[in-house]
Design a protein around this ligand. Structure first.
Ligand code: HPA
Ligand code: ZN
Length: 337
């Protein structure tokens, strides 16, 4: 596309990427061998026959939960602090090559804790990757801890306490909180008490909502104190709520290739970027789980351009909103604009 160089050169901020979602099939097989972890046997699940078979299986997810089963199985190969730091570093190198200057990255500690890996191992490893990206690549970084909706609230409460007591929270590297995993099924407001506590402490809050779930998942997240919504594409089904989101300047972190791979939309043409632009709804464009969905952030930007043919002005608005709604001090925003 004629705007490709311009889009590559835009100063990008990524707000929606799961570090565990950057674990590609090659690294899954490599770390399984290195750490002596048995992957599902190919007789049980033929997807695990080879790196190629697993890669191909990822092209055929049928839903969010179908993807999540592979995502949680894959991350079981992560054991040591080095595994976590190497994974983060591999993401930051790709992001840097795509023109990302600031990245706010998710991680899912409950799932690691449930298989015997400590919060400290996970966070210290990811934090080391962040520090290296800041020093060697000039990126600014933030970690956002996600609660997962498929495990009991008591498990979320445990990691919330670890989050509050860990030195990286004090240092503001582990900066915000989110929730993710299965959307439809568990109670919409299952993290009400935790979010009330975190809100009172002034911790920035986001939430995965309106990906598979209807707009009431979005309004519930806002009611609980989220000031940002991850995905949020089903917002277009509620014009009143859409007005409110626009008026309050709530950022949606949209992930076009993810939406297609998880069959939330039939193609990128159906990701409502133009409706959001027309309604004055702020959004950023992100990769979500790039190792599973066939592309990093620049692939997502380019897919939006192919499908929607945005103007230079529209791209500038998207880039500027991405900077303005990042969870960074004003001085850093000024450097990025
Ligand atoms: N939705 C919900 N949970 C997730 C996702 C997602 O797109 N990616 C990783 N965990
Ligand atoms: Zn996500």
């Amino acid at each position: 596309s004629p705007l490709h160089d311009f889009i590559h050169g835009l100063p990008k901020c990524e707000h929606h990427v799961h570090l565990e979602g950057c674990l590609d099939p090659e690294l899954i097989f490599h770390l399984a061998a290195r750490n002596g972890i048995t992957l599902p046997s190919p007789t049980e699940n033929p997807a695990y026959a080879s790196i190629a078979a697993l890669t191909t299986r990822y092209e055929h997810f049928t839903s969010l939960d179908d993807f999540l089963a592979f995502y949680f199985e894959g991350m079981a190969v992560l054991r040591t602090e080095a595994d976590f730091s190497d994974l983060a570093w591999s993401y930051f190198q790709k992001a840097h090559a795509d023109g990302v200057h600031h990245a706010e990255v998710f991680f899912d500690p409950q799932v690691h804790l449930s298989r015997g890996v400590s919060y400290k191992t996970v966070v210290d490893g990811f934090a080391a990757g962040c520090k290296r990206a800041e020093i060697e690549l000039g990126l600014s970084t933030r970690l956002i801890m996600c609660f997962v909706r498929h495990l009991p609230v008591s498990s979320a409460q445990e990691v919330y306490e670890e989050f509050l007591s860990h030195e990286h929270f004090e240092s503001e590297l582990v900066h915000g909180l989110g929730w993710s995993s299965s959307e439809v099924g568990p109670p919409k407001d299952m993290f009400r008490e935790i979010y009330a506590s975190a809100s009172a402490k002034g911790i920035p809050l986001t939430a995965h909502a309106g990906e598979e779930g209807d707009p009431t998942y979005i309004s519930t997240a806002l009611e609980l104190g989220a000031t940002r919504i991850d995905h949020g594409i089903r917002l277009i089904e509620d014009p009143e709520l859409m007005k409110r989101v626009a008026n309050e300047g709530i950022l949606l972190t949209v992930c076009p290739l993810s939406n297609v791979r998880l069959r939330c939309v039939p193609s990128v043409e159906h990701v409502p970027v133009r409706k959001f632009l027309e309604a004055g709804v702020k959004f950023s464009i992100n990769s979500d789980d790039p190792a599973y969905f066939g592309g990093y952030i620049l692939d997502n930007y380019c897919a939006v351009q192919e499908a929607h043919q945005l103007s230079v002005m529209e791209w500038r608005i998207i880039a500027e909103n991405s900077v303005q709604e990042s969870w960074i001090p004003d001085e850093r925003k000024a450097e990025l604009l």
